[in-house]
Design a protein around this ligand. Sequence first.
Ligand code: AMP
Length: 191
Amino acid sequence: MRIILIGPPGAGKGTQCQRLVDLLKVPHLSTGEMLRAEVKARTPDGIVAASYMEQGQLVPDPIIVGMVSRRLQSPDCRHGCLLDGFPRTLPQAETLDDLLERRAMSVDGVIELAVPRDELVRRMLARGREDDDPEVFEKRIASFEVQTAPLLDYYARQGRLASIDGLGTSDQIFDRVKAAVRRFEQATRAR
Ligand code: AMP
């Protein structure tokens, strides 16, 4: 299964991704994590990426697309993967479709973790993490609403979107995630 998990910052994607990779036994491709590793190792890409990440802005596509396309070519991704944090824009989604199509692959389904804005801000304040600068957090939410939300339409039109309620306990949310995965399995078989 090749699944994308989309959600605004603070929606609880990290927890659900962890549970989903354990269930599906596929690699977890998190562009945020890949970028943080590049930043830490002070690679040329990492140095450029850091200046965008500190501002809550998206890192330029050439860096992201290069990173993802290299990762998708590894043998462990042949039978599926969980994409987390990518695609984040319409051009990235189109690039992903091209990359997969060239390998006779496709996206099986997209899960949206829907959480209202007020709740995201409340969670961020409660978390009080050092990297949760309220101003940067607001920018990341705005970037989600402007650049990433249009993707939901893109995948809905392809009949691949499952929007699930991101409020509740981790178990309740994971039950909804599992139900979405079962629907993707049926849809993929029918295609
Ligand atoms: P995340 O951990 O997914 O929230 O990502 C942390 C930061 O990395 C984001 O705020 C962006 O600056 C950058 N980033 C992660 N994924 C992407 C992407 N697909 N496109 C552009 N920038 C990204």
